[in-house]
Design a protein around this ligand. Structure first.
Ligand code: IPE
Ligand code: IPE
Ligand code: MG
Length: 237
């Protein structure tokens, strides 16, 4: 990726955090926070198209989120299904291409089928690539890449000396996607929580205090403005 500062980030990645706290503050069940968060997803995706951002990666469910109570996991999967059913047709209309990263094989059959159908139906679209990270964990992803290279080496298809950053990247689930330029996390937490560890090496990080359901068009534009004021150096001058 070019070290030149782009006006508009090419790829924005978001850790959508704080749905539970948003609900708690209002005396509502956590599920309602997740539901309200789905509206922020729609608004941020629309704003990406408006600004000319080409890739949006959203951390929707981490590999560690399976450790939440079964009722919450079920509610999240139900909301994901609803989002895919409601937005699938819309994505087609708006030129959004859907992709996923993560262990989608662990998702319920119905969810997986929806993802496969919408991914295939939107494959030719170009306005915005929406990457949903589902059952995603960066460490697992990196281990998967190492395993695939080790298998190739054991079979004699490559030698250890063939392994460089480019080859390694080609075995990550994000192969073919540019690295995020801007990483946003809502709810004020200053941690990465196993998200895109390899890919965010030189991303600009913007932490926003608002919880995800309160993060809307203007908040997103403000985060992009903050990004535009940064001086990216990539280790050089
Ligand atoms: C983010 O909100 C959504 C997911 C992780 C699925 P949380 O559910 O983590 O909300 P908080 O952090 O408990 O407020
Ligand atoms: C990160 O949020 C995962 C998603 C936003 C999907 P978490 O709420 O799971 O992260 P921690 O537990 O605060 O680190
Ligand atoms: Mg959280």
């Amino acid at each position: 990726m070019s070290a030149e500062h782009p006006e508009i980030p090419w790829h924005v990645a978001i850790i959508m955090d704080g749905n539970g706290r948003w609900a708690k503050e209002r005396g509502l069940p956590r599920r309602d926070g997740h539901r309200a968060g789905a509206e922020s997803v729609r608004e941020v995706a629309d704003t990406c198209i408006e600004l000319g951002i080409r890739y949006l990666t959203l951390y929707a469910f981490s590999s560690e989120n399976w450790n939440r109570p079964p009722a919450e996991v079920e509610a999240l999967m139900g909301l994901l299904d609803r989002f895919l059913i409601e937005k699938g047709a819309d994505m087609k209309k708006r030129g959004i291409r859907l992709q996923t990263i993560g262990r989608t094989d662990l998702l319920p059959d119905k969810t997986r089928a929806l993802i496969e159908r919408i991914t295939a139906e939107t494959a030719g679209h170009a306005a915005l690539t929406l990457v949903l990270a589902l059952s995603y964990g960066a460490r697992e992803e990196i281990v998967g890449a190492a395993r695939s290279l080790a298998a190739d080496a054991a079979a004699g298809r490559i030698t250890p000396d063939d392994i460089d950053c480019r080859l390694f990247e080609s075995r990550l689930q994000t192969a073919g996607l540019p690295d995020p330029d801007l990483l946003i996390r809502t709810s004020g937490e200053m941690r990465i929580s196993n998200f895109l560890l390899w890919q965010i090496s030189y991303a600009e990080i913007v932490i926003v205090r608002k919880n995800w359901p309160d993060f809307r068009r203007n908040d997103f534009i403000e985060a992009v403005r903050e990004y535009q004021q940064r001086h990216r150096r990539f280790g050089a001058l």
